[in-house]
Design a protein around this ligand. Sequence first.
Ligand SMILES: Cc1cc2nc3c(=O)[nH]c(=O)nc-3n(C[C@H](O)[C@H](O)[C@H](O)COP(=O)(O)O)c2cc1C
Length: 446
Amino acid sequence: MAHHLPFDYRSADELYQAGLNLGLEIPFRSDISPLLRSTTVGGRLVPNRLAVQPMEGADAFTNGSPSELTRRRYRRYAEGGSGLIWFEATAVVPPGRSNPRQLMLTSDNLEAFQTLVDSTRTAARARFGQSHEIFCVLQLTHSGRYSKPKGSPQPQAAAYNPYLDKLSDEVHILSDEELGHLQNSFLEAARLAYHAGFDAVDIKSCHGYLLNELLGAYSREHSRYGKGFESRTRFLTEVFYKIQNGVPDLLLSTRLSVFDGIPFPYGFGFAKDSPLDIDLTETTTLIRRLLLLGCVFLNISMGNPYVKPHLGRPFNKPLKGSELPDEHPLEGVMRLLKVTGALQKSFPEVPVIGSGYSWLRQFSPHVGAAVLARREASFIGLGRSSFAYPSAPLDLMEKGGLDKNKVCLTCSKCSELMRAGHTTGCVVRDSEIYAAEYQKLSGKGT
Ligand SMILES: Cc1cc2nc3c(=O)[nH]c(=O)nc-3n(C[C@H](O)[C@H](O)[C@H](O)COP(=O)(O)O)c2cc1C
């Protein structure tokens, strides 16, 4: 592992050389045309390979409905040209909300979600023509041990975890009966998502939230949902089964953290004799099973942002008060690319969305184009970059490259806003709204 260093490359050559110095071969392609080619997901045409990753904006009303600020974010993504928009984490039950302003889909606010999907699709058609149909995915979630439905922690977990539970936390371990009810809430939310006009739902299984935690619930005793592989994956596979049968026309996916760096027996995706090394054996078996249950595409991520944020979102600056990781951000980027590439190669027929490109700034399209050309992903997902530079795809279409003055600086200010439950967006590039929000946060001394 090398020292953490901020992004400091004026040319592709400098970036490539920095990779070589770290023993990494960074894929690079000056021709970005692979990004702009259409493809299909579950039989539906998607206009290009640029995907907006799910990014919580914490700007919903307390009943879970999207606000004008929520609709603005999605309009900007649509007008910016991304072919696939992965709508942010949306709670399926009130106790599973990450904050009181997280989106939540219920029968009472279905119409507000219909308006959100309609206004997003309409914005894309208005900009790119009537035949430009974007692909819309809704991420369904329960925030598990990170639930804060009223603004303060009310953890609901799959099992105790000494790496994550502070002694003072009152962690409620969900019973099998509660988990059974929760499966029905996922099914109901999926049905509503279909009626709202989404093409697909993602049963969120990443970043330490409940379904991801269940995958690593080795220490959950006397339960249908803990210990062995069959039981740890049962909740997710049963939810897939229910939705596949209950809402057959809705496409299914999962965003999966394939590794979280938390040692055995508490995490997922590691080699048991060397818990800091990735082992894709269980992940591959799980994916094979999900494909039989109607999963038609995948989004690959990594890490629990509350303990190891550098695994999933390599950054220049950590959250205020956090330490820099013991690795160069390029090592983090390449770990994500490598694992995603390995899974795409194992499942060549399944569209796989890759994560963690924002740190690469103006070079991200060139790395992404090379990854697509090597068939090591089918879509290039952009998270923080989509907050900062939602029109990046449009600039690629019209100018063939990105403006380095518009790119995401991976400064972690959006994460700070989200963690504090504030309306979240790019403090630097969308400052009219979010700099003022950040000011309020700084004023509180958080
Ligand atoms: C403020 C913020 C909100 C996020 N919200 C979500 C979310 O709702 N669902 C999810 O799966 N990932 C979420 N993520 C993770 C991103 O989707 C993405 O995986 C991560 O930022 C790395 O990609 P990037 O390098 O393009 O930013 C969030 C990240 C940030 C910084």
